[in-house]
Design a protein around this ligand. Structure first.
Ligand code: GLN
Length: 474
C-alpha cells in the first residue's frame, strides 16, 4: 500500500497517473466496502474526473500540488458543493450544500482527489459509529468490532486501504479514538488551526477538523495543506503555522515528556493499554527524551464538564433543523406541529438525548449550577495543563481506555460509551492539540493508540514525538 507522500511524489514526477492510483483504491473499495461500510457515498465518477484533471495538469507541465493524485475520504459532516452531506442523519435527507468547506477547497486545490463521504455517528455524537442512521461501520481489523467514533468511517477507510488519507472532526475525541481503534494516525489540531467553515457544527467551541493517515509523515502532509488562517471562520487563528514536514525527523533528544497520572490510571484503562503507554514512554527515553510522571488533577472532571458544555452547544446548533431550512420535512397542521414531527422523525435517540441534556443544562434556574459550573471546570483544566506545560514539552497518555469493542457491546449503555473519551476530552476543553499514534497491540491482538498532547500551537513538537514513536512502535 503506497503512502500518500509517495503517491504525490510519483504523480508530480509523471511516474504514475492519478487515474491509476484511483483505480487501485476503487478496486479495494469494491472488494471490501460491503463488509466494512466506511462510506455513505463513494464518488467514483467525480473522482475519476478529478484524477484525470490532475493528470492533464502534469501532462501540461504544471504542478498539481502536494496532494497530487492522492485519494482523500471526507467525513460526511464536511460540506461538499452539490454533493449530499448527511451527518449520517435522516434530518438532512436530500440536502446538498451550495458550497464547499474550506478544508475541501484546500484539499482539491492541492491536487487531492475526493473519493467519497464517510459514515459517522449521527451529527458526530458517539464513539462507535453505531449511531449512524445508515447502519454501523465495521472495524477493518476485525469486522465483529466497532471502528470507534464518531469519525469511524474515515478511520476505517484509511485502515482498509480505501484511501491513504481522510478528514474527520474531533469534538471530544472523534478523530483520536477511532484512529486508535483502527490502528491509524489521527490528529486533533489546536482549536483555530484549521478552519471550521463548512463543518456542520456540533459544539462550536470544541469542534476541530483533522487528518487520518497511515503514517505520521502522511498526517503532516495533509495537516500542512488544510491548516492556516481563513477569513470565513472568525475563530480561525490569524497566525500562519510553520510547515510540519521539514522538522519531522529532528528527534526528541532533550525533550521533556510528562506521563499524565490521572489518565494512565483512568477508569477502565485495560492493562495492555497501560503497558503500551509505558513502552512508549521507555521508547522516548531511549531516544533521548526525559520522561516523568505528572499530575494534571482537574482532568478527572473533564468528562462531566464536557457532557454539559457539548450538549448545551449542540442543543443550540441543532435548533436550525426545523423542517424549513434543510432536508427533511414532515408536514403537520401548523408550523409547530411540523417542526416537532420533523425533529421527532429526523433525529435519532442519541441526538435527542443530547438536545434534552443541553436544553436542561441551559434552562433558567439550572444554568449556573450546570453550564456555568462546567465552564469553571473548563478553566481549571486549562490552568492545570498550563502548569504542566511549564515543565514539559509534551504529555503522554492512553488515547482510548480499551481496544476496539464488539458491535453492540456498549450500544445500550450511554455512560459506558461516554467513558471511551475520558482521555481525549480534556484536550478539547483546553483547546490544545493532541494526536493518537499506533503503538503495538493489546487484547486479542488489536491495535493500541498512544496519545501525545501539547500546548496550543505546538504541533511541530507533537509531530516530532509522534514520528519518534512510530519509528519505535513494536
Ligand atoms: N464521543 C464523544 C461524543 O459523543 C466525542 C464526539 C466527537 O468528538 N465528535 O460526544
Amino acid at each position: 500500500m503506497s503512502a500518500a507522500t509517495e503517491i504525490a511524489a510519483a504523480v508530480r514526477a509523471g511516474r504514475r497517473t492519478a487515474r491509476d492510483v484511483l483505480e487501485e483504491h476503487l478496486a479495494r473499495i469494491d472488494a471490501r466496502e460491503s463488509e466494512v461500510h466506511a462510506f455513505n457515498l463513494v464518488l467514483a465518477d467525480e473522482a475519476r474526473a478529478a484524477a484525470d484533471a490532475v493528470d492533464a495538469l502534469v501532462a501540461s507541465g504544471a504542478d498539481p500540488g502536494p496532494l497530487a493524485g492522492v485519494p482523500v475520504a471526507l467525513k460526511d459532516n464536511l460540506c461538499t458543493r452539490g454533493v449530499p452531506t448527511t451527518c449520517s442523519s435522516r434530518i438532512l435527507a436530500g440536502w446538498r450544500p451550495p458550497y464547499d468547506a474550506t478544508v475541501v477547497q484546500r484539499v482539491v486545490a492541492a491536487g487531492g482527489v475526493v473519493a467519497g463521504k464517510t459514515n459517522l455517528d449521527e451529527f458526530a455524537m458517539g464513539s462507535s459509529t453505531e449511531n449512524s442512521a445508515f447502519g454501523p461501520t465495521r472495524n477493518p481489523r476485525d469486522v465483529s468490532r466497532v471502528p470507534g467514533g464518531s469519525s469511524g468511517g474515515s478511520a476505517a477507510a484509511v485502515a482498509a486501504g480505501f484511501a491513504p488519507l481522510a478528514l474527520g472532526s474531533d469534538t471530544g475525541g472523534s478523530i483520536r479514538q477511532p484512529a486508535a481503534l483502527c490502528g491509524t494516525v489521527g490528529v486533533k489540531p489546536t482549536y483555530g488551526a484549521v478552519s471550521r467553515y463548512g463543518l456542520v457544527a456540533f459544539a462550536s467551541s470544541l469542534d476541530q477538523i483533522g487528518p487520518f493517515a497511515g503514517s505520521v509523515a502522511d498526517a503532516a502532509l495533509l495537516l500542512d495543506v488544510i491548516a492556516g488562517p481563513d477569513p470565513l471562520d472568525s475563530t480561525s487563528s490569524p497566525r500562519v503555522p510553520a510547515a510540519l514536514g521539514p522538522g519531522l525527523r529532528d528527534g526528541v533528544a532533550g525533550l521533556r515528556v510528562g506521563l499524565i497520572d490521572e489518565l494512565v490510571d483512568a477508569e477502565g484503562v485495560e492493562p495492555e493499554v497501560r503497558d503500551a503507554v509505558s513502552r512508549a514512554a521507555a521508547a522516548l527515553e531511549a531516544a533521548g527524551a526525559t520522561v516523568e510522571r505528572v499530575s494534571v488533577p482537574s482532568v478527572v472532571y473533564g468528562l462531566s464538564a464536557y457532557y454539559l458544555i457539548a450538549p448545551a452547544e449542540a442543543s443550540s446548533n441543532l435548533a436550525r433543523y426545523d423542517g424549513v431550512r434543510y432536508g427533511l420535512r414532515v408536514d403537520g397542521d401548523d408550523v409547530a406541529t411540523m417542526n416537532a414531527r420533523t425533529r421527532d422523525v429526523g433525529f435519532g435517540p442519541e441526538v435527542k438525548r443530547r438536545i434534552m441534556l443541553g436544553t436542561y443544562a441551559l434552562s433558567a434556574g439550572y444554568y449556573d449550577a450546570y453550564y456555568g459550573k462546567a465552564q469553571r471546570v473548563r478553566t481549571l483544566i486549562t490552568r492545570d495543563f498550563a502548569r504542566a506545560y511549564e515543565r514539559f514539552d509534551a504529555l503522554l497518555s492512553p488515547t482510548s481506555p480499551t481496544v476496539a469493542f464488539p458491535l453492540g457491546a456498549k450500544a445500550d449503555n450511554p455512560l459506558a460509551m461516554y467513558l471511551s473519551d475520558v482521555c481525549t476530552i480534556p484536550t478539547n476543553l483546553a483547546g490544545h492539540a493532541a494526536a493518537s499514534v499506533p503503538f503495538g497491540t493489546g487484547r486479542d491482538g488489536l491495535p493500541v493508540g498512544v496519545q501525545v498532547l501539547v500546548d496550543a500551537e505546538q504541533e511541530p513538537t507533537m509531530f516530532r514525538v509522534m514520528q519518534a514513536l512510530e519509528e519505535r512502535a513494536s
